[in-house]
Design a protein around this ligand. Structure first.
Ligand code: CTP
Ligand code: CA
Length: 237
């Protein structure tokens, strides 16, 4: 798509973007978090706003300045992110889940600061519980089922391992999650999290596959939005 076309192809649509890393409190001063900077989600929100999209940005912990959007909702935990995203997804044309949502949270949160004991061998054991899977819930509760709006976009930060490479994990995750698009990127110490650039493959539930070689997160953002366009066209409002 040329820049001129790209500028208008999503104008007037309503898109929800989640960004950043959730934080699950252990006590009033401590949390379990992750290394997401929020940059990729913010870039998507900014790119969408520049295309004339009505953007709701649900931002967990981000390390960048947030772009101007139509609605900004700040959240802390996965549970709060769930509430905000599900509410904003009502009537939306697309939901882009770029947030790094905690998979586990401490089962119990201490209301007071956890103190060290005098006995140095005594350490607290933190029991974890699963958090709600927001994307899976969006898929499950979408009125009209697959093929209806909103178009649901997931992100997968993967590392290859003995059971498969990054793409194999991505394809399996797309099938497991049931979303329409999955943006797969390889993460490691120096890749993905916190960096200004990203290299991704955008996988479509329709079998589509588009590779975006190492580039700025802004260019990746445009590619993600470009992939949403034909999916929306196939689903009447
Ligand atoms: N996601 C979500 N709610 C969660 C966990 C993840 O909505 N509790 C979303 C993320 O925002 C992302 C997608 O699901 O868009 C994939 O997240 P990822 O962590 O890669 O996948 P998981 O299903 O959590 O599987 P795992 O971490 O075990 O690989
Ligand atoms: Ca996860």
């Amino acid at each position: 798509l040329g820049a001129g076309v790209r500028g208008r192809d999503l104008a007037g649509c309503r898109v929800v973007v989640s960004a950043g890393g959730t934080r699950e409190p252990l006590d009033p001063v401590r949390f379990l978090g992750n290394r997401s900077s929020g940059r990729q989600g913010d870039a998507i929100a900014a790119a969408a706003a520049a295309r004339g999209v009505d953007v709701t940005l649900v931002a967990a912990h981000v390390e960048v300045q947030l772009p101007p959007v139509d609605r900004l909702v700040r959240v802390g935990t996965a549970a709060q992110l769930r509430e905000a995203v599900l509410a904003a997804a009502e009537g939306a044309d697309a939901v882009v889940m770029a947030a790094a949502v905690a998979d586990f949270a401490p089962r119990a949160r201490s209301d007071t600061k956890i103190k060290k004991s005098d006995d140095a061998s005594e350490v607290p054991v933190v029991e974890l519980e699963r958090t709600p899977d927001v994307l899976a819930e969006l898929v499950r509760t979408r009125r009209g089922g697959a093929g209806a709006r909103p178009v649901l976009v997931g992100f997968a930060a993967e590392t290859g391992d003995e059971t498969g490479d990054v793409l194999a994990h991505g394809r399996a995750k797309l099938a497991r999650k049931g979303c329409d698009l999955l943006v797969v990127n390889e993460v490691g110490e120096q890749r993905g999290f916190g960096t200004a650039t990203n290299a991704v493959v955008v996988l479509g539930a329709d079998g589509g596959e588009r590779e975006v070689a190492e580039t700025s997160k802004d260019v990746v953002a445009e590619a993600v939005l470009d992939a949403v366009v034909p999916m929306l066209a196939a689903r009447p409002a």
